[in-house]
Design a protein around this ligand. Structure first.
Ligand code: SAH
Ligand code: SF4
Ligand code: F3S
Length: 516
């Protein structure tokens, strides 16, 4: 089958790129003396397609014996950007690398392999990565044996891959989010060929089970699904992460059980859109509510999930969450905007009224629920009045925390071609006004905790003061208190003394827990 010829001139001047060879397995090109082996490269058109074919689940994915010693005596570092999905992918890559014999280091000069697990969600996320690549260029000059890889969501973008091939020829590997399990092979290829190896799959692959994972601490992430089919008009994730596909319930449950046996104290179920879980099953009728109901029976003290989409948040799920127990009373429920017209242009598929109604139902069923959210300001065409709707919604819901962002156009998304007519000054000013309103409520809600006794899972020493421990309540509030290091990884009860905006201070008490 003939391969399509790619238009390399689309983003950059590829006039000095020469195709050296091309066949079914890929092609080799040379740019400014650097040989590049392209096994497969991203294609925006294919990333958009949603095929009907069944997703295969592969279980036999161990690192092959012959690659197991490849990392012996070698050290690695992975820098992770972006969301928890990426953090968790990093745990998988660490697992793979350590099975190959690699050991971790924090010292760049010592590293034989550095991977950048990147995020493409906003332009500033990408700028950070290109900045880091600039720094790593020097390191690579000093140590030509260093293997440098770029992976994650940015690698799924044609423009990024082209830019790296053209301007950052010192990179050794580019791979995407669908072929993480191929890491051992790609390392082998890059090490032995000395060429830049590019392998990015544009169509989501299969669900790969049983990959090794290096988990640390007492909190664990568990993927329940991959991808996103929502196509919010501003968002790049459906392109970088592919179509929605759910892991089989038995595989998720077995993993959570195993984590419980290992003594993990908290599990976060992960997906871009967790409450769409199960919608892709053709053989069973099993939803996110069913999964939560099954998982809550496993002996793990705390179970969280992120992120849920307001559109798919049904009554059955609310009913299960209201059972409480190890299902904590914190829901991250991104709203993005408080104005129905803007929500429509964002293609969020719910209205302000629908969202507020959902919040009312949740609060009724779970009276002590803590809600947090994501909000974008300065979406194309957002008027002052529409922005005020966001402020009024934030006041009405009363979020305890919000991730707030200035809209950032992402190439290839529908919003990127809408007229971006809100001046940057106005966007910045709206962000500031929004943050003030969010902080006001957050402080108020923290103030209400004064004098209460809360259950805290102790995570570690506080960042700024080694004598102080920090941990989180069930509702995910950060608590600082004095205590001995042996408490790390355990549950303690803390009486709140000094609420702040971003954290609350308290003292450990021996009494039984009474509230959130
Ligand atoms: N799947 C999650 C969100 C993933 S991205 C959900 O649907 O809620 C995390 C957040 O980044 C989004 O909720 C949104 O607020 C923000 N975001 C996504 N694309 C953006 C863009 N182009 N500009 C600014 N913020 C964006
Ligand atoms: Fe992006 Fe929307 Fe999917 Fe969230 S639901 S990942 S914002 S497209
Ligand atoms: Fe970023 Fe990809 Fe997550 S774009 S937010 S790392 S899914």
């Amino acid at each position: 089958m003939a391969k399509e010829t790619k238009d390399y001139s689309k983003y950059f001047d590829f006039s000095d790129a020469k195709v050296i060879s091309e066949d079914e397995s890929g092609k080799k090109i040379r740019i400014r003396g650097r040989d590049i082996q392209i096994l497969s490269e991203p294609d925006h058109r294919k990333e958009k397609q949603r095929g009907k074919e069944d997703i295969r689940v592969l279980y036999d994915t161990a690192v092959p014996e012959e690659l197991k010693g490849l990392g012996n005596g070698r050290k690695y570092i992975i820098y992770t950007y972006g969301c928890q999905m990426n953090e968790h992918d990093t745990e998988t890559m660490k697992g793979l690398l350590e099975e190959m014999g690699y050991t971790p280091t924090e010292e760049r000069k010592e590293a034989n392999l550095i991977l950048l697990n990147t995020c493409a969600i906003r332009e500033n996320a990408e700028d950070k990565v290109f900045g880091e690549l600039g720094h790593l260029k020097g390191l690579k000059t000093e140590n030509p044996d260093l293997l440098l890889g770029v992976c994650g969501c940015m690698s799924q973008e044609e423009g990024v891959v082209n830019r790296i091939m053209q301007k950052h020829g010192f990179v050794d590997m580019i791979f995407g989010t669908h072929n993480i399990h191929r890491l051992p092979y790609l390392i082998q290829e890059a090490l032995f060929s000395k060429e830049m190896v590019v392998e990015v799959w544009s169509k989501e692959g299969d669900i790969i089970e049983n990959l090794p994972k290096k988990r640390e601490g007492m909190r664990a992430w568990v993927n329940i699904m991959y991808g996103c089919d929502k196509f919010c008009t501003y968002c790049i994730v459906p392109f970088t992460r592919g179509k929605e596909r759910s892991r089989r319930p038995e595989d998720v449950i077995a993993e959570v059980r195993d984590l419980a046996r290992q003594g993990f104290k908290e599990i976060t179920l992960l997906g871009q859109n967790v409450n769409a879980y199960g919608k892709d099953f053709t053989d069973i009728d099993y939803t996110f509510a069913n999964l939560m109901d099954d998982i809550r029976q496993i002996d793990i003290p705390r179970i969280r999930f992120t992120t849920s989409h307001p559109r798919d948040f049904d009554d059955a799920l609310i009913e299960v969450l209201a059972k409480g127990g190890n299902l904590v009373e914190h829901i991250h429920l991104p709203v993005q905007s408080g104005n129905t017209e803007v929500l429509k242009r964002m293609s969020r598929k719910y209205s302000r009224e629908h969202y507020l109604e959902l919040v009312r139902k949740i609060k009724k069923a779970i009276p002590n629920v803590v809600l947090t959210t994501d909000i974008i300001v300065g979406f194309p065409g957002e008027t002052e009045e529409q922005f005020q709707d966001t402020l009024s919604l934030v006041r009405e819901v009363g979020y305890d925390f919000a991730f707030t962002f200035i809209y950032s156009p992402r190439e290839g998304t529908p919003a990127a071609v809408m007229e971006d007519n809100v001046p940057m000054e106005v966007k910045k000013e709206r962000l500031q006004r929004l943050n003030e309103v969010v902080n006001e409520h957050c402080r108020m809600s923290n103030d209400l905790m004064a004098g209460k006794i809360v259950e805290v899972l102790v995570e570690g020493e506080s960042k700024n003061n080694a004598d102080v421990l920090s941990g989180r309540t069930r509702s995910n509030k950060l608590v600082h208190f004095e205590g001995s290091k042996d408490l790390i990884g355990k549950f303690v009860h803390v009486e709140i003394t000094d609420p702040m905006t971003w954290y609350i201070k308290g003292n450990i008490v021996p009494e039984a827990v009474t509230s959130v």
